[in-house]
Design a protein. Sequence first.
Length: 361
Amino acid sequence: MFPRPVYRVTTAGISSRSSPRKARNSVLIAATSAPWTAPLTESQHILTLYFLVIAGLALFAGFVRTWTTRSEVGSRFRPALVARLCVTAVASLSYVLLIVGFTLAYDHTGSTWVPNAGAIMTMAPRFMDWSVTVPLLTVELLAVCTLFGAGVRKAQFLAMAGSFLMIFTGFLGTFVFGADGDASQLYLWGAISSVFWIFVNVVLIRAVRKSLPVLTPESAGLLRDATILLLCGWVIYPLVYIIPIFAFGGGWTTTIQVTLCVADVLVKIGFGGLIHRVAKLRTAEDVRAGDDVHSEAIWISSVKQSDAGQPREIYLAEGAAVHPNRWRPPTSSAYASAIAAEDDSSTPIDSDENLGERRSH
């Protein structure tokens, strides 16, 4: 780890290095060094690149899996599926930027990788990713809770706004106001970001606590586990945020990158997988209760949760008459018959006269 210099503020600005003994009438400030300005060894460089690529591939695999299993979730919980698709897509693209930025950010000099002017792109795309994906993670969680109507809209607005401000204020502290090495700016904007972090936690915990008594034990257990994973995963990011205040060097830069890669996969893939299971369970529960229908059977861990089927009746609002559906053969196995070919094209297929003629045949 490199020694940390101490700078002194004078009327002419920040002077060169000086001893604290000579700073009699000066104001001392703590100086930090951005992690992307530290040179890397061969092993640190290849280890960081390895985790960046693995995390990007894992997030892309999560996107493919979410897309291919999108029909497993009923329309009631479709917002959770859409949010997860957006999270994995945006995160995958951001890791492409990180990998490209990382390969271009360092110049190979001897046995050392020295950062160049573009090294900031090894960290900045992360905050841009989080500014979009973190609010979407809150939407994903709230979509499988039991809130509805104005209650869920209010919770989503508060959680999304608070989570965006949490990331944006952290970005200001890292890249805007704290970019010149002033640790006081990191403290200030880190504290502001923590306020929004606590606020978002309160909104999500209240929504989950209201939902747990209403859900079945299995759904409630998965929802609890998903919430714990999300909130505990969010603890990792502020801890990484304050590392540059206390430590500097290639080893710490590698630690930051590896930790953030692992945290992204845990939060965005692990949490998303649990939410997907909650959405499937709740879809199956709605089907079994007769509140909804689903086009295919729902299976979780090789256990059948509900059968496939189409409704024979359409239930309208309370007090309204029940409208019976007409019988329709499955379109997947339908084919043109000789009777259909002889029918008069001017007669509607679903008319009462045509139905009567078909039944007489």
